[in-house]
Design a protein around this ligand. Structure first.
Ligand SMILES: NC(=O)c1ccc[n+]([C@@H]2O[C@H](COP(=O)([O-])OP(=O)(O)OC[C@H]3O[C@@H](n4cnc5c(N)ncnc54)[C@H](OP(=O)(O)O)[C@@H]3O)[C@@H](O)[C@H]2O)c1
Length: 246
C-alpha cells in the first residue's frame, strides 16, 4: 500500500484556505487545516469530514513561534514528514482598501502588522516545517501570493491594475514572491518545488463581495502547484497554468 500524502494548509478555517483543503482532501490527501482560532474552525473541519474527507485541525497562528513549534512537533510525531505546505494565511489590514493607493496614508503599525503575517510569519512557518518537507520524496511548497505583488504590473502605468495600490498588502506579497524565488534556489538540488500562486480575484474576506470568482475556482492554482509531478516547475509564479511576470 502506498503511503498517504500529507498536506498542511495555513489559514484554512475559511475562504481559499478551506477550499484548498477541501480540494486536496478530495484527491485522497490527508489535509491538516491550520487555523489560528481552531475552536472556531471546528465547524469548517466537521463540514469537510461530513463530505467524507480526511482532514484534521491544527492550531496555528503563523505569527506565534510557540504555536509553529507545537504544530511542527505534532506533525512530526503523528506523520514523521510533510509532503505539501500551502502558505495561504494572510491579511489585508482594515486600514487598506483594495482599490486605493495607501502609500501615504497607511500607518506604520498597519504596515508592520501586514508584513508580520504575510511575510515574516510565512517565512518562519516555512523554515520550521522545512525539515519535515525534506523527509518527503516530493515536497511541494505553494506560497499564495497575488498578481498585486507584481513589480512588472505596478510599474506599468498603462496596466489596468496599476491604480490598485494597497501598499502594505502589495509590498508584503512582493516580499513573499522574493522568498519564493530565493527558497526555490536554495532547494534546487532537492526534490522540493517552491512556487507562487495567484488565485484570481475571489469572493472571500480579503477579496470582498464584489469579486467575480468563487473560492472553488480560486483554489485551483494552489492545488495544481501543490500536486506538481517531478518534471514540474520551481521558482515560478502562476495563475492557473499561465506564468505571471514577477
Ligand atoms: N481573495 C482574493 O481575491 C485573493 C486574491 C489574491 C490573493 N489572495 C490570497 O489568498 C489567500 C487566502 O485569502 P482569502 O482570500 O481566502 O482571505 P480570507 O477569507 O480573509 O482568509 C484569510 C485566512 O488567513 C488566516 N490568517 C490571518 N492571519 C493569520 C495568522 N496570523 N495565522 C494564521 N492564519 C491567519 C485567516 O484566519 P482567521 O479566520 O482567523 O482570520 C483566514 O483563515 C491570502 O494569501 C490572500 O492574500 C486572495
Amino acid at each position: 500500500m502506498t503511503e498517504k500524502t500529507i498536506a498542511l494548509v495555513t489559514g484554512a478555517a475559511r475562504g481559499l484556505g478551506l477550499e484548498t483543503g477541501r480540494q486536496l482532501a478530495g484527491l485522497g490527501i490527508t489535509v491538516l487545516l491550520g487555523a489560528r482560532r481552531a475552536d472556531e474552525a471546528q465547524g469548517a473541519a466537521g463540514g469537510l469530514r461530513a463530505e467524507g474527507l480526511e482532514v484534521e485541525l491544527v492550531q496555528l497562528d503563523i505569527t506565534d513561534p510557540g504555536q509553529i513549534e507545537t504544530a511542527r512537533q505534532q506533525i512530526e510525531t503523528r506523520y514523521g514528514r510533510l509532503d505539501i505546505l500551502v502558505n495561504n494565511a494572510a491579511i489585508k489590514h482594515p486600514e487598506e482598501r483594495l482599490f486605493e493607493n495607501s502609500t501615504l496614508s497607511i500607518s506604520e503599525a498597519a504596515l508592520r502588522a501586514t508584513f508580520e503575517v504575510n511575510f515574516f510569519g510565512t517565512v518562519a512557518a516555512t523554515r520550521a516545517f522545512l525539515p519535515l518537507l525534506r523527509k518527503s520524496e516530493a515536497g511541494r511548497i505553494v506560497n499564495v501570493s497575488s498578481m498585486m505583488a507584481s513589480l512588472a504590473i505596478h510599474s506599468d502605468p498603462r496596466h489596468p491594475m496599476s491604480d490598485v495600490k494597497p501598499f502594505a498588502y502589495d509590498a508584503s506579497k512582493a516580499a513573499l514572491n522574493q522568498f519564493t524565488i530565493h527558497l526555490a534556489a536554495a532547494l534546487r538540488h532537492t526534490p522540493i518545488k517552491v512556487n507562487a500562486a495567484h488565485p484570481g480575484w475571489v469572493r472571500t474576506g480579503i477579496g470582498g463581495d464584489e469579486a467575480p470568482m468563487e473560492p472553488e475556482e480560486g483554489a485551483r492554482t494552489a492545488v495544481r502547484l501543490a500536486t506538481l509531478g517531478p518534471d514540474g516547475p520551481t521558482g515560478k509564479f502562476f495563475h492557473f497554468d499561465q506564468e505571471l511576470p514577477w
